[in-house]
Design a protein around this ligand. Structure first.
Ligand code: DQA
Length: 149
């Protein structure tokens, strides 16, 4: 029997506040709602979904380091760390599997400091601006790519 595909979704600072956090930008769904949807997609496909949220940069970096050899893909909404964290970029660069950066909002349409991502250069792809559908699109994309290969 072949090993189940393992997708590790990492959520950065303040994403635990989704639902009540600037709903005009981020929507009304909570992070738990989004997780539920992603989990049912992975379950239906026979893939494993690991999911975490942390407000701590160090915890996220450690999680990326420890995912090596366990997770096949990382899907990461690094939230505010996207624009600031050289250390997170370095950790992601070391991760040997696939990596997709996601954002709920179209960061290029927003304040200038959100236009630059520290992590885009070390990931396979980026999905942004589709609200919670950015998560779904990244996961469906991974499942599709994996089926083809
Ligand atoms: C975000 C965009 C970031 O600029 C912001 O700091 C977030 C959320 C998004 O999903 O749109 O916290 O990553």
């Amino acid at each position: 029997m072949s090993k189940k595909l393992n997708i590790f979704t990492i959520n950065g600072p303040n994403l635990n506040m989704l639902g009540m956090r600037e709903p005009d930008i981020y929507g009304h769904e909570t992070l738990a709602d989004i997780e539920k949807r992603c989990r049912s997609i992975c379950d239906a496909d026979g893939a494993t979904l690991e999911w975490m949220q942390s407000n701590s940069e160090g915890e996220i970096i450690t999680a990326v380091q420890q995912a090596a050899g366990r997770a096949d893909w990382i899907v990461i909404n690094a939230a505010g760390l996207t624009h600031s964290s050289v250390a997170l970029r370095d950790a992601l660069a070391l991760f040997p599997g696939g990596k997709i950066e996601i954002h709920l909002s179209n960061t290029h349409k927003r304040e200038e400091f959100r236009h630059h991502s520290m992590i885009s250069a070390v990931v396979n792809g980026v999905v942004l601006g589709f609200g919670s559908m950015s998560y779904v699109m990244a996961i469906r994309g991974i499942l599709e790519i994996t089926r083809e290969s």
